[in-house]
Design a protein around this ligand. Structure first.
Ligand code: URP
Ligand code: ZN
Ligand code: ZN
Length: 467
């Protein structure tokens, strides 16, 4: 019945954007924010009481892998469970990675990804496009995709030799194309060749446990690849977004590039800020739950990442949602760490973890929090100001957030399909209570009220430089 209301008034909340915090009512009509002010009239409106709560712009998670084939299996959370979980976690838009393969027409790959999301997603979504090869035919298709599909970011894997990895030639050509046509190049920055060698050596020596996943991917190889990608970006006078930065080595490369004014941006994820390499040593193969690439690092790196966020050297928090059940999926790597599917479930907890561990613990301000979980991604990926802020004319993507409640994260209560949580038993402060996408409740008073397929595909604008 509530979906029939065309006008809503979110009343008496504290509105928080990347720039300001203030008490205000938010008037919504036809899914768009029309007015923000004090004591707005409520006539003809459904009134939503936000007293004692924060009203945040909906979270934007620019790094998800839903329903993605990877490591010999497919991620267990798809656009159904993944977007429902995202909504419960305060995320109203995701940008998922559309995989491609050599020789495959680009439109076919994009069509496959639309097929995965269409009719399922309950929040809005866009796609980044993976580049697996560059030739004249592919270049022409990529340029077409920018205008016709609104896909303005391209992903290059510098690791995963033999599957997703491409060579430097492809990275460089992609950077040149992106510069010319206004796109942003994203890199998974690890030296895949050396990792492949170290992996084979470790397995030959009988080192098969999950911890060797981390030990065969040392941080120097992330720093090296980050630096290499930056060098090529500078040469091409292009723009680069480094996904899932994990360590001081890579941070230093990004900070140095930015100090010289290069258009280089960085993302990190809650797991790298809050978990460390020791988790991979958990007994009974439990360490497999903590296998990400790049891997969790020694704890001391966390300070470098928090400092990078605080000082603006890193701009975005992504989840890198890439979930595999422990039973039957992570277990594929028993006896051979290289066969453990890489990735973990974070889409639901990204926003709350950053509020609790960032804002509540005094590491970042509440406005920096909004910037990292929403606004910066909107700006970098061509969605701002339609999304990523609370302003007149913006989509009414809102999170009504209770900052006081304490709760415990658990696979027993989360909404992802995956059978474990990497943060099992952790107490966090704060929780999204209600979540609206374009003015419609998807979560209302902690209950799902959304509709499969109500999420819309978002076309994104070309890249515009920002700090
Ligand atoms: O381990 C990870 N990060 N899995 C997802 C794929 C990727 O590299 O982002
Ligand atoms: Zn990656
Ligand atoms: Zn990823």
């Amino acid at each position: 019945m509530f979906a029939e209301w065309e006008k809503k008034l979110v009343r008496r909340g504290t509105v928080v954007t990347a720039d300001a915090t203030y008490a205000a009512d938010v008037f919504i009509e036809d899914g768009v924010i029309r007015l923000i002010g004090e004591n707005l009239p409520s006539e003809g409106c459904e009134v939503v009481d936000a007293a004692g709560k924060y009203v945040f712009p909906g979270g934007i998670d620019p790094h998800t892998h839903l329903d993605m084939p990877f490591g010999g299996t497919v991620t267990i959370d798809d656009f159904d469970s993944g977007t429902v979980a995202a909504a419960f976690g305060g995320t109203t838009t995701i940008i998922d990675f559309c995989l491609t393969s050599k020789g495959q027409p680009i439109r076919e790959a994009i069509g496959t990804w639309h097929g995965k999301a269409n009719g399922k997603a309950v929040i809005d979504y866009g796609f980044h496009l993976m580049v697996s090869e560059i030739n004249d035919g592919v270049l022409e298709q990529l340029v077409g995709v920018i205008d016709e599909e609104g896909i303005t970011s391209f992903k290059i894997f510098m690791a995963y030799k033999g599957t997703l990895q491409v060579d430097d030639d492809t990275l460089y050509k992609t950077l040149v194309m992106a510069r010319r046509h206004g796109a942003l190049v994203m890199v998974h920055a690890e030296n895949g060749d050396v990792i492949d060698l170290l992996t084979k050596q470790a397995l030959d020596e009988g080192k098969t446990d999950p911890i060797y996943h981390a030990l065969t991917r040392p941080q120097q190889l992330e720093g090296e690849a980050t630096g290499r990608a930056i060098t090529m970006t500078e040469l091409a006078d292009s723009q680069l977004y480094v996904v899932h930065v994990t360590c001081a080595d890579a941070m230093a490369k990004i900070a140095e590039a930015r100090s010289r004014g290069l258009r280089v941006y960085g993302e990190t994820c809650p797991q790298y800020l809050l978990l460390d390499q020791s988790a991979l040593k958990k007994p009974d193969f439990e360490g497999a739950k903590y296998v990400w690439s790049p891997p969790l690092r020694e704890k001391w790196n966390q300070d470098a990442l928090w400092n990078g966020l605080k000082s603006g050297q890193l701009q975005v928090i992504g989840s890198d949602q890439c979930s595999f059940n422990f039973k039957g999926q992570k277990e594929l790597g028993r006896g051979n760490f290289a066969k453990i599917p890489n990735g973990g479930p974070i889409i639901e907890d990204r926003f709350s973890l950053m509020y609790s561990e960032g804002v509540d613990k005094g590491r970042i301000t509440i406005n920096q929090f909004v910037d990292m979980v929403s606004t910066s991604a909107a700006k970098l990926f061509g969605l701002f100001p339609q999304k990523g802020t609370i302003a007149v004319g913006s989509d009414a993507d809102l999170v009504i957030f209770d900052p006081k409640v304490k709760r415990t994260i658990s696979a027993g209560t989360h909404h992802m399909r995956v059978d474990y949580s990497a943060f099992e038993g952790m107490e966090v402060t704060g929780e999204p209570v209600s979540v609206l996408v374009r003015g419609e409740f998807v979560v209302r008073d902690k209950t799902f009220v959304g509709k499969a397929g109500s999420g819309k595909y978002v076309r994104r604008r070309r890249f515009q430089a920002t700090r």
